[in-house]
Design a protein around this ligand. Sequence first.
Ligand SMILES: Nc1ncnc2c1ncn2[C@@H]1O[C@H](COP(=O)(O)OP(=O)(O)OP(=O)(O)O)[C@@H](O)[C@H]1O
Ligand SMILES: [Mg+2]
Length: 250
Amino acid sequence: MRCGVDIGARSVEVLLHDGTRTVDVIIGDSLRDPRGNAEAMFRQILERNGLTKEDLASIVATGYGRNYFGHATRTCSEIICHARGVFHLHPDTVTIIDIGGQDSKIIRLENGKPVDFSMNDRCAAGTGRFIEMAGDILGIPLEKMGEATRDGDDTVEISTMCAVFAESEIIGLLQGGIPRERILRGVFRSVAARTLGMAGGAGVAAPLVFTGGVARNMGVVRAVEAETGLRVVVPPEPRITGALGAALID
Ligand SMILES: Nc1ncnc2c1ncn2[C@@H]1O[C@H](COP(=O)(O)OP(=O)(O)OP(=O)(O)O)[C@@H](O)[C@H]1O
Ligand SMILES: [Mg+2]
């Protein structure tokens, strides 16, 4: 049995893989105490599967908090782990877009190996945190965003390049009477455009797989499809691909 642990800025995933299939996975919050939460989730997954740490052939940690997980037998970069996890699920993948709570990345694969990547971990605009902030102002919870923006494609330009200033811009648009669904579509479009912009002139090619918590938001999935003109594939649980890849790394 192998274990993968992905400690992100917003969520932690702990996954068990037996070489053939995913045996169990726990997804939890990383807020406030990522290290303590990862530790508790690790103990819980062992206990409920009747295992001890010694039963694990490898424990690989990835994600932003990977160096804080004391049980890891090794750590591995997010790029390698996401690529490995997505390749396992969709072996024909050429482009991976991962948008999490605090960063966004685009990875290009050739025969399952990452050959190029770009990452934004310096600026909140273009990340899940930005969408959460917009949702707070607009009064639309994350789980309702996909449905709220489904009907219609009218949008609004969010011109500010900075998440902090965008907050005032959104408040201004609301005060100007722009419907909140339309503003939210504008937010999604700006997140999609920013993320895709990182790929530069080479652009993105199909098959395109979208992972990370933000891939649960159908509004953003539609915005990525509109921006690229490509069909976007979202795994059934897009948050676990990093932990899956970590569990599969040799
Ligand atoms: N039910 C949901 N519906 C829509 N969006 C969601 C939902 N749950 C989470 N999200 C989005 O996912 C984001 C968190 O993504 P994820 O859990 O992949 O982050 P992370 O891996 O911890 O962060 P990072 O990779 O940046 O370190 C949130 O900021 C939010 O925008
Ligand atoms: Mg992540």
